[in-house]
Design a protein around this ligand. Structure first.
Ligand SMILES: Nc1nc2c(ncn2[C@@H]2O[C@H](COP(=O)(O)OP(=O)(O)O)[C@@H](O)[C@H]2O)c(=O)[nH]1
Ligand SMILES: [Mg+2]
Length: 418
């Protein structure tokens, strides 16, 4: 792979002049055809083609969304409606997993005890429901499906988000369930029993960032609800296609591709592998104690390391700058306070102190560096990131852009190698 090495004959970077879009040229002579072809060739030469790669849920689509936020056009109402439906459905997906886990952990009696205590205290703000009653209703409607479905034809009336065909039938159905049951979700989420379930969530693949949604149920259930930038960033839409966005940043054309990360999606990556200027490989730091959704016995960090190894050593990327984003640093910082790195079998060689962010991060950086067979990995190609934090992403993406362009210049022989 091409970290810091210099090789001639790679495409040269753009001088920054705007390119003629070939589709707008209507050639009437051979000369014009030649000019159009020449323009098309230059467009291809000058552009920076960037792929976001990494395992599922590492943060690729979030970074892709940050790029749109930083460099692209504002979201349309149609987009916002789609994200609104998906945000509501994300809450249903999360609460289903948490409720099922509560039962599996045998915490129903704990709920009974808590309900009794709250009744004795008469804390008000419970809409007349105890957390046990809220739990029973939610189990019947969302998990066991023992309750008859409620069909309220006026449910979406006057609701700004309403229905979004783009979100798909399943997400729309879950968004409706959310509007029917949000009060009970709020009650169960606020219970201390649920806090115990949340602390023991590592085996259930609930998305950590969705805690923000759960803490804000009433706002999201409101008829006037419009997703905020932050809601959009934490929204989880599983990527099943290769998605492309084009940006013109400081006169340079960027073509950025987001791909699905699950094992089943990876064969589609090959279609984007031609003439890639840079790969941003995203790995989630916080997943060192979690297993894959699609292969429950495989540690997620081990999977990410193996994937990184295969990307770095792939012939298609010999001339490609590879950047490594070690993402979800915020969740990692929280998690190491209660989850010991050395307690995970694949990382039992960790000898640093527990609850230590810096040592933990350096340990995983070294693991990624060890994946390279014969290349040195320049530290400036590695970033420890929080993809949901726009300020952090602005800084990281700006410096990434500079590094990619400098590396590209070196490879094309315009600048000397290190
Ligand atoms: N707290 C936190 N959540 C993140 C971060 N990066 C991504 N997420 C969340 O993790 C989930 C999966 O991210 P996504 O970008 O869809 O992953 P992808 O499968 O690699 O495209 C989303 O709900 C994101 O909001 C991060 O740095 N911190
Ligand atoms: Mg994605």
């Amino acid at each position: 792979m091409g970290c810091g090495s210099s090789t001639p004959a790679a495409p040269s970077p753009s001088s920054g002049t705007p390119f003629a879009a070939p589709s707008t040229v209507s050639p009437s002579s051979n000369k014009e055809v030649e000019n159009a072809l020449e323009a098309a060739k230059h467009e291809d030469e000058g552009k920076i083609k960037m792929l976001l790669l990494g395992a599922g849920e590492s943060g690729k689509s979030t970074i892709f969304k940050q790029m749109r936020l930083l460099y692209g056009s504002p979201r349309s109402d149609d987009d916002l409606r789609m994200f609104g439906v998906v945000a509501r459905s994300n809450i249903i997906v999360a609460i289903r997993k948490l409720l099922t886990h509560l039962r599996a952990l045998g915490l129903e009696e704990e709920l009974d005890r808590e309900s009794k205590e709250n009744e004795d205290l008469d804390t008000g703000d419970r809409a007349g429901m105890t957390c046990r009653q809220a739990y029973d209703e939610l189990m019947a409607h969302l998990v066991d499906n023992t309750a008859a479905a409620q069909d309220d034809p006026n449910l979406l009336e006057g609701d700004w988000v309403g229905h979004s065909a783009r979100a798909g039938a399943a997400a729309n159905a879950d968004a409706k369930l959310f509007l029917q049951h949000f009060e009970n979700i709020r009650i169960i989420w606020q219970s201390t029993t649920m806090k115990q379930v949340w602390a023991k969530r590592s085996s259930i693949n609930v998305i950590d960032a969705h805690k923000d949604y759960l803490n804000d149920i009433s706002r999201i259930a409101d008829k006037d609800y419009k997703p905020t930038t932050q809601d959009i960033l934490i929204c989880r839409v599983r990527t099943t296609q290769v998605v492309q966005e084009k940006y013109l940043i400081d006169g340079i054309h960027f073509e950025v591709y987001d791909v699905g990360g699950q094992r089943s999606e990876r064969r589609k990556w090959i279609d984007c592998f031609d003439k890639v200027t840079a790969v941003i490989f995203v790995a989630s730091l916080s997943e060192f104690d979690q297993n894959l959704a699609e292969a429950k016995r495989t540690n997620r960090m081990v999977e990410a390391l193996e994937l990184f190894r295969s990307v770095c050593n792939n012939r298609a990327f010999e001339e490609t700058s590879i950047m490594l984003f070690l993402n979800k640093r915020d969740i990692f910082a929280d998690k190491i306070m209660y989850s010991d790195i050395a307690a995970q079998r694949p990382f039992s060689d960790y000898s640093g102190p527990t609850k230590d962010f810096d040592h933990g991060v350096l340990y995983f950086i070294q693991k990624f560096k060890d994946c390279l067979i014969d290349d040195e990995f320049n530290d400036s190609f590695i970033h420890v990131t929080c993809a949901t934090d726009t300020n952090n992403m602005e800084f990281v993406l700006d410096s990434t852009r500079t590094i990619i362009m400098t590396d590209n210049l070196k490879k094309s022989g315009f600048l000397g190698a290190d």
